[in-house]
Design a binder for this molecule. Structure first.
Ligand code: 5GP
Length: 193
């Protein structure tokens, strides 16, 4: 998506450790107009899928997830992160290794809001190694719902998470795919899949 690529080049900051900061429009302050354009694009891409639920992970997936859900006229459901293991019978739970915080946490989703009659589109702001998506996919599997695919705002393609999932037959669509990122020069190179 050209609009997003241009915005990344204009306002994104490359940090050491493969981290792209996009706080001015995606991760802290939200450019709602841009998120709405992203929502419209995912609606086009997944128009044939009868999505009944958009699933994301707190906190930074919620903004983009809301806009996507609006276009599908369905609820946005976000997995909650928790440090205390909460294995009550009324939640689905999975473990995720955090890319940005270098720790492992549990994610939970209430069984009240996801079940076998749902068709799910998973949305997130970033895709790096794929751990966040793997946790969400695990929860969709536990619920018996159908997974239509995943929609990502910014995929760092060179970190391999997206390709690993695609190789498993999971549909992964990204609005911008970064193939190279240099924290010394700030250079960002986009690619396609
Ligand atoms: P993964 O689980 O695919 O390795 O990483 C995805 C998660 O880590 C996303 O939910 C996102 O919040 C965070 N993340 C990964 N890479 C970046 C990055 O370069 N910048 C920011 N802001 N978040 C990232």
């Amino acid at each position: 998506m050209r609009l997003l690529e241009e915005r990344i080049l204009k306002d994104g900051q490359v940090f050491a450790g493969n981290v792209l900061k996009v706080d001015s429009f995606l991760n802290h302050q939200l450019d709602v107009q841009l998120l709405s354009e992203i929502g419209a694009e995912f609606k086009k891409i997944y128009s044939d899928c009868d999505i009944t639920k958009v699933l994301t992970i707190e906190a930074s997936g919620i903004g983009v997830g809301c806009m996507v859900a609006q276009f599908f006229d369905c609820p946005l459901l976000f997995a909650k992160k928790t440090k205390t293991i909460n294995i009550k019978g009324d939640v689905y739970t999975s473990k995720v290794e955090s890319f940005t915080h270098k720790c492992t946490y549990d994610i939970i989703v209430s069984k009240d809001f996801l079940g076998k009659d749902d068709t799910v589109l998973i949305i997130d702001d970033f895709l790096a190694k794929g751990n966040a998506l793997l946790g969400l996919i695990d929860i969709v599997k536990q619920s018996g719902a159908k997974l239509a695919g995943c929609g990502i705002a910014i995929e760092k393609g060179y970190q391999g998470g997206g390709d690993k999932l695609r190789a498993q037959g999971i549909r992964v669509e990204s609005m911008a795919i970064i193939d190279e990122m240099n924290d010394e020069t700030g250079e960002i190179v986009f690619g396609t899949r």
